[in-house]
Structure formats: C-alpha cells, structure tokens
Design a protein around this ligand. Structure first.
Ligand SMILES: [Zn+2]
Ligand SMILES: [Zn+2]
Length: 136
C-alpha cells in the first residue's frame, strides 16, 4: 500500500500514513465545517502515525468520534470514530500524492446552498452516513 509523509503547517508534527486509494471523502456536516472553515476532506487510512505525540491534541467532538490537530498551529490532522477501524487523514498535509479523485460526499443534506463541488461523487445524507458508521 502506498505510504505518504507530510507535516502540519508549523512542521512540529510529522505524519506518515498508508493510503490505499487517494480518493477524497468530503463531509459537509456542521461540526466539520466549524472545525475546518470548510467541508472536511479526507483520505481513508488504516493507521495514521502522528509524531511526536506531545504536539498532537485530540478532541472528542461527539461521544463516538475524535479529531486531532497540531497543538501549536492548529492544523487539522485526523478524524476517527472510536469503533471504526478505518480512520481519516487530512490529505492536504501529505506530500507527493498523485491522481487525487473525489469519492463520496457525506452529510450532503447539511451542505449550505451557497457552495457546491463540481464532482460526480456519490452523495449521502447524514442518516445514510451514520447508518454506514454504525455498521462498520
Ligand atoms: Zn503545527
Ligand atoms: Zn462531518
């Protein structure tokens, strides 16, 4: 599986991650937009290695999910559900990723009407998205 490396904005946190397919999942939910000032875009990954741990802050944004970010510069690093093997990494912190495509747009019914992406991605409502999370 291809491995990618990168850093946060201030370079305090080093990231290494294996990503099977460089395909964006885009979440339009209120929490993600508040967190990122934009929809959260992510690659699915099994293991996301963030070092050193003492520079990474982790925040439980709900009772089923956590978000991590750099303690110094605040860069969005990763998102994961407590019960799900799959995790999600901010693709824009990774170097040298080729041929990025758009996979899915989730919580699409939460998307404000003032923006949209020119993508043919499969779109899922929040209810459909959460059903998938609960099955995983
Ligand atoms: Zn940083
Ligand atoms: Zn979200």
């Amino acid at each position: 599986m291809p491995e990618y490396h990168g850093t946060c904005l201030c370079k305090a946190v080093q990231v290494s991650v294996q990503v099977e397919k460089p395909e964006l999942g885009i979440c339009h939910c209120d929490t993600c937009r508040k967190w990122c000032s934009a929809p959260f875009m992510a690659f699915a990954a099994q293991d996301i290695n963030l070092e050193p741990k003492d520079k990474v802050s982790q925040y439980a944004s709900s009772n089923i999910a956590k978000r991590s970010f750099c303690k110094i510069c605040g860069t969005t690093l990763s998102f994961f559900y407590d019960d799900m093997k799959q995790k999600f990494v901010n693709p824009w912190i990774l170097k040298d990723v080729q041929n990025i495509t758009t996979g899915v747009e989730v919580c699409y019914d939460n998307k404000p009407s003032c923006y949209s992406f020119d993508s043919k991605a499969q779109k899922y409502t929040e209810a459909e998205t959460m059903a998938f999370v609960n099955l995983s």
